[in-house]
Design a protein around this ligand. Structure first.
Ligand code: MG
Length: 238
């Protein structure tokens, strides 16, 4: 089971730090992870550190859209992929765009414009220029109210493929739930493996086979699944 976080498990907030973790959700996820024999990973655009600050479970995780991950307790985080000059240049340009926030993650630079949607085109131009002038192999990822610069060759789909080659995932049927454009690669991957793809939201163009209207419905389904596969009972009767 692979789950995106923001907009899938958690309701979106004005800033990444503003999300609220509903009571009981970490326990349900922990219970599911155990019921699935550990084949459970959070798959996010957030950094691993940010994921751990929200959900300090020892679960597997994929951060920065696949550019870093933890599997079976082993962490893989490559060095940041860009020279400081690039970051400084983007930050200087960002200061001329009121309401736009730059978030520097271990493996990506995110320009958030949820507070200033009118800046979308300017942010895209800025991010595209940075990617185009850099020789280090960077990609531009567009998400909900965010443009992200990440090391080229990463996606949630490739990250799920990587995990599916290894225990305890190998040979099993993958499930992936996500809400954003950046989750579509994950849907395509699990569809190709005969798995279950779930879009949270109302995208008319999603490749996902199933849909929930919002994170609340997603959480409701996870609660029911946890009860059905027995993890929850373990939790109540240790
Ligand atoms: Mg999301």
């Amino acid at each position: 089971m692979f789950l995106d976080i923001d907009g899938t498990l958690l309701d979106l907030a004005p800033t990444p730090d503003g999300v609220v973790i509903p009571e009981g959700l970490p326990q349900v996820l922990d219970s599911l992870a155990r019921a699935l024999g550990g084949a459970f990973a959070l798959v996010s655009g957030r950094s691993l550190d940010s994921i751990d600050s929200l959900f300090p479970g020892p679960w597997d995780a994929v951060g920065c859209h696949g550019a870093e991950w933890r599997l079976g307790g082993q962490r893989f985080t490559p060095p940041p992929p860009w020279p400081d000059g690039l970051v400084a240049g983007i930050e200087a340009a960002r200061r001329r765009l009121p309401g736009v926030m730059m978030e520097r993650k271990s493996q990506s630079l995110a320009l958030h414009f949820r507070a200033a949607p009118e800046q979308k085109a300017a942010v895209r131009t800025l991010a595209a220029a940075a990617v185009a002038t850099d020789a280090h192999g960077l990609d531009l990822l567009e998400g909900k109210s965010v443009m992200e610069i990440i090391p080229a060759g990463n996606s949630k789909g490739l990250a799920i493929e990587r995990f599916m080659r290894l225990p305890p995932y190998a040979g099993r049927r993958p499930v992936f739930a996500g809400d954003d454009v950046t989750d579509e690669s994950g849907f395509i991957t699990v569809n190709a493996m005969g798995g279950l793809s779930i879009h949270v939201g109302d995208s008319p163009t999603t490749q996902a086979l199933f849909r929930f209207p919002d994170p609340r419905a997603m959480r409701h389904w996870l609660n029911g699944l946890d009860t059905a596969i027995g993890g929850h009972q373990d939790h109540e009767h240790p």
